[in-house]
Design a protein around this ligand. Structure first.
Ligand code: TNX
Length: 591
């Protein structure tokens, strides 16, 4: 939020029924008052209250205490409310008397556990550039805030695999979670509660105030994802890492990479090298394409894992395979290499389901990708294979599903897989535009779980408005409200909420050629989808979301992230980014 907190509808359970933070006496009155008078008055009060202690205390100590008390009374409240977080936390208990300002000498202390210490280092990395504070990281058996930030890993607390508790008091910040993922999500929350200037890559003059109170938080769904199509256009590792950062910010935990399509094969497969040396050299529009070496891919997987994000690799089969057929014509039904494809049509290509060599290829490619994949999922596509019909299609899919199971992975596929036989654990990714889908509902009755990605709500490649410079509109226009106003738990008819594993926002890249393009389509809709995946349904409220989302704008601006200034969001117009600090960093930085 901007500096004027919005009193928008309360969207959290009863514990948030606390009015906006106000101080007694209010800040305006105090601002006009004379600090010295206040300090004296406070000293007098202290003197009356505890004469015995005072008798022992020396004058310097007294003066310091009085000054501190006066400072506290004069301090304005933290600029953000505890509720100014996207995705909305499960439970919020504000305590306006608990506001805390991060001091230059603060220490970050974490449980003596490598995973907890790693999160502490990540927090320090987030806070050091803008604050210019050293923020050393230490460990302790029982971490205590002691005027700094404590990250406690505690497996006796019942907060779930990803939950956390965040307490902000005048003594500092205490984060508690039973997993490193929980600590990491608390850090993302903490980041949003600080002034937007915390996103600055350079030191700025700011009062790093946090709003007092407690947040208890945990996700609604275990699967919260986004997909990046690196096949239609290829994106460098650095760009993908930056997308991972955006996911992490909003507590998404899966990155689905659409690695292969008609226009390019993007992942090295040693046993079929021409997939990349030939199949990787094209992309939509005739650009040079590219591919990830195994080392590149491992870098993405590791970077994502450090941010508690699981990579879900997709090898799209049996359709969307023109690039593979160019490289290996033996896989084509007519055994003739098709011309490379750089257009944007779909549904024309397929690997030969009648040739055993095809299944060798599938097993080799999926096997090598599985070996690069620590996560449980292998996505096998299955969409728009218009030329592989009926039992030939289901027969192909059933063989591929077994290959995945034999590799020890869990099958994910687009919902076109639905008519194929069920296989333990199988997950369908539903991308329809009409929630009436009896075939998918039937597959769910047979045991499938669903990732919900409605084309007309969650497809980030759809334009926001007719004048959006890039993107599609085949599933309609998706403004921020359209991205936000639906419920993954009830969206597909006759699919119970319990069968919904979660939600994913796919970004297809036929018209997306740069990181700035990616960000323009991702933001601000990605946080909307993230909130649907994380926040309890009871918090769902468009007006409240709009206000909270507006507060993200200055953060993106400060961090140099491109976003769409959606007209329905009340982005703050006043400058919210303090001037860069021109004084030596050792000087006091109180504004
Ligand atoms: C449909 S959604 C596709 C993709 C396209 C996308 C464009 C799905 C599983 N298949 O091949 O890129 O539309 O919006």
């Amino acid at each position: 939020m901007s500096t004027t907190p919005s009193p928008g509808p309360t969207t959290v359970p009863a514990t948030d029924a606390v009015p906006l933070p106000t101080r007694e006496p209010d800040a305006a009155t105090l601002a006009g008052a004379d600090a010295a008078t206040l300090a004296q008055a406070d000293a007098a009060t202290l003197a009356q209250a505890d004469a015995a202690t005072l008798a022992q205390a020396d004058a310097a100590t007294l003066a310091q205490a009085a000054e501190r008390a006066a400072g506290d009374l004069l301090a304005p409240p933290a600029p953000h409310r505890l509720a100014d977080v996207v995705p909305a936390p499960q439970q919020i208990q504000p305590d306006p008397t608990g506001d805390w300002v991060l001091p230059a000498e603060a220490v970050i202390v974490a449980s003596a556990d490598p995973a907890a210490l790693a999160v502490a280092e990540q927090l320090a990395h987030l806070l050091r550039p803008a604050t210019g504070y050293p923020l050393p990281v230490t460990d302790a058996t029982t971490p205590e805030p002691a005027g700094g930030i404590a990250l406690a890993l505690d497996d006796t607390v019942d907060l779930g695999a990803e939950g956390y508790r965040l307490d902000i008091t005048t003594d500092g910040v205490r984060v508690t979670a039973s997993t490193a993922a929980g600590l990491f999500y608390a850090v993302q929350t903490l980041r949003q509660l600080l002034p937007a200037a915390i996103e600055s890559p350079d030191p700025v003059t700011e009062r790093w105030a946090l709003p007092g109170g407690t947040i208890t938080d945990a996700p609604r769904f275990p699967y919260r994802g986004a997909m990046l199509d690196v096949a239609r256009h290829f994106f460098a590792v650095e760009d993908v890492l930056r997308v991972v950062d955006h996911l992490a910010r909003y507590k998404l935990n899966h990155l689905h990479l659409h690695l292969t399509d008609d226009q390019g094969w993007r992942i090295a497969v040693d046993s079929w090298p021409k997939l990349t040396t030939i199949g990787g050299t094209t992309e939509v529009g005739g650009g040079p394409g590219g591919h990830y070496t195994k080392a590149d891919y491992a870098r993405i997987v590791t970077y994502a894992a450090e941010r508690h994000i699981t990579v879900v690799p997709e090898i799209d089969l049996p359709g969307h395979t023109n690039a593979a057929l160019v490289a290996y014509p033996e896989l084509a039904p007519d055994k003739i290499a098709p011309p490379p494809y750089t257009g944007t049509e779909v549904g024309f290509s397929y690997v030969d389901p009648a040739d055993e060599r095809t299944y060798d290829f599938v097993a080799d490619a999926l096997g090598e990708v599985a070996a690069l994949t620590p996560g449980p999922w292998l996505h096998v596509g299955g969409d728009e294979a218009f030329k592989v019909k009926g039992e030939v299609y289901t027969g192909f899919v059933e063989r591929v599903q077994r290959i995945v199971a034999d590799l020890g992975k869990t099958v994910v596929g687009w919902h076109q897989l639905a008519p194929a036989a069920h296989l333990d654990g199988r997950v369908l990714q539903w991308w329809g535009t009409n929630g009436e889908d009896p075939t998918t509902a039937e597959a769910v009755r047979r045991g499938a779980r669903l990732i919900v990605s409605p084309g007309n709500h969650a497809y980030l490649d759809m334009k926001y408005a007719p004048d959006t410079p890039i993107g599609h509109d085949w599933a309609g226009l998706i403004d921020v409200r359209k991205a936000y106003d639906w419920d993954p738990g009830t969206h597909v008819a006759d699919v119970p909420t319990e069968a919904v594993l979660g939600v994913e926002a796919p970004l297809w890249t036929e018209s997306v050629t740069s990181l700035a393009d990616i960000e323009l389509l991702l933001l601000p809709r990605l946080p909307a989808i993230a909130e649907l995946g994380w926040s309890p349904r009871a918090t769902h409220d468009w007006n409240g979301f709009r206000d909270r989302l507006a507060g993200q704008g200055p953060r993106w601006e400060t961090a140099g992230i491109t976003f769409h200034r959606a007209p329905e969001i009340p982005w703050p117009t006043a400058p919210t980014i303090p001037a860069q600090r021109k004084v030596p960093q050792t000087e006091t930085t109180t504004p």
